[in-house]
Design a protein around this ligand. Structure first.
Ligand SMILES: NC(=O)c1ccc[n+]([C@@H]2O[C@H](COP(=O)([O-])OP(=O)(O)OC[C@H]3O[C@@H](n4cnc5c(N)ncnc54)[C@H](OP(=O)(O)O)[C@@H]3O)[C@@H](O)[C@H]2O)c1
Length: 386
């Protein structure tokens, strides 16, 4: 049998059948079949292209059959992940995917929740103790709170470490680019991550808070009063981004796509959203603005074959936090509003485990000084920047 036929067609199909069967088999048999694991991390395809990469035959199906398959397919195990950290501690887990694309997740919340519960069932059968809610699986379950009491597993959004890393990256950028009193925009400010970023960054920097609904924005501003020590603006209009020096995108909208032209010349966009909000081709062709992917973590001793579309050894911060919890044997829930004490704790865990933000990696460090030179001409005489 030709190798490509096995790799592209039969293997994914048989694995998917095996995972469907695992949901029906008793736990002890499933654990025997798959091997031991501490954690699982839930994901979903960003779009149909992601589904086709895993199942090449999917593109041959008619639109009606595709729709039917995505709606009724059970959760599948994409890969086994193992990590040996800087202290020599080991943990293993599974990457589990539900079959809804990002575009389907928010409008089809009820279907999405049912699929997430089935994925948790699979994780339970696999013997996992904790599950990380990746991409939009946290958004549709009210930051995981809707799932508490519906599963025996500990749950984490992974948003605490994501916030820690984003704040660290932003401070590093400000220092390296010697920005003076920068205006930082948070797009998606009253979401789970946006709120925690506002609380931490609002103490030290001028903020522009961007949200969709003005009444939500006013209520949010009221709630944040004790955290905002500097001038703060609010807006529902993305045109306001023209004034910001740094733009953090952290929405749950797969359709929101910023372009380089929407930003101030010389601005930096730090894109935390998954699917991304700032992956428009204009960012790659433009010399006007600097684009950075947020929440990337280099994990030591990482073994994972599945391609998340990230550099080798790098994972998203929410997956990194799930791995850290497994390494620390912390099998408690970390869902709902992000606890700022837990943000600091995850940072300490990460440091001793040897996990490092990928923005600080040697190859990425070169990007930042280059950006200083590359964007000096577009910043011109702006006195707020050195
Ligand atoms: N890179 C990483 O490591 C990492 C880790 C964790 C999460 N994430 C990603 O981070 C993002 C946010 O996660 P979350 O848990 O904070 O989600 P969330 O709690 O659901 O918040 C998302 C916020 O985005 C807002 N929003 C949606 N469309 C918008 C628009 N067009 N303009 C302005 N705001 C808009 C929503 O406002 P409404 O309520 O008004 O709709 C909501 O407040 C997601 O994309 C997630 O996948 C990334």
């Amino acid at each position: 049998m030709p190798n490509s036929l096995w790799r592209k067609w039969l293997c994914p199909l048989l694995c998917s059948l095996r995972d469907g069967l695992a949901l029906l088999l008793p736990s002890f048999l499933v654990r025997r079949l798959y091997g031991p694991a501490d954690f699982a991390f839930l994901v979903h395809p960003r779009d149909l292209h992601d589904v086709e990469r895993r199942y090449p035959f999917f593109r041959k199906l008619s639109p009606q059959v595709r729709e039917w398959v995505l709606r009724y397919h059970w959760p599948v195990v994409l890969d086994k992940i193992s990590v040996r950290d800087a202290l020599g501690r080991r943990t293993t887990g599974y990457l589990i995917s539900i079959s809804l694309t990002a575009d389907q997740m928010l409008p089809e919340r009820i279907v999405a929740k049912k699929k997430i519960l089935r994925a948790l069932k699979l994780a339970e059968k696999l013997g996992c103790k904790i599950v990380g809610l990746g991409a939009l699986t946290a958004s549709v379950t009210k930051a995981g709170t809707w799932l508490v009491g519906r599963t025996k597993l500990a749950l984490t959004t992974g948003n605490a470490y994501t916030v820690a890393v984003a704040c660290g990256d932003i401070e590093q950028l400000i220092a390296q680019l010697a920005l003076v009193d920068p205006l930082i925009a948070v797009v998606g400010c009253y979401g789970n991550i946006g709120e925690a970023l506002t609380k931490i960054l609002g103490r030290r920097h001028r903020l522009m808070l961007i949200g969709r609904a003005s009444e939500m924005l006013f209520a949010f501003l009221d709630r944040m009063k004790g955290y905002l020590d500097k001038e703060t603006m609010i807006s529902t209009d993305l045109d306001a981004l023209h004034e910001a020096d740094i733009v953090i995108t952290v929405t749950n909208s797969p359709s929101l796509k910023l372009t380089a032209e929407m930003l101030k010349p010389g601005a930096i966009v730090y894109d935390l959203a998954q699917p991304p909000n700032a992956d428009h081709p204009s960012f790659w062709q433009s010399d006007r603005v600097q684009h950075l992917n947020g929440g990337y973590i280099q994990v030591p001793g990482l073994e994972m074959r599945f391609d998340l579309g990230l550099p080798k050894g790098v994972v998203f911060a929410c997956l990194a936090e799930t791995i850290l919890q497994a390494l620390e044997r912390d099998f408690r829930h970390h869902v709902g509003c992000v606890d700022l004490l837990h943000v600091a704790l995850t940072q300490r865990w990460a440091w001793r485990a040897g996990f490092r933000p990928a923005l600080g990696l040697p190859e990425k460090e070169r990007v930042i000084p280059n950006a200083c030179e590359r964007f000096a001409h577009v910043r011109g005489n702006d006195t707020r920047m050195a």
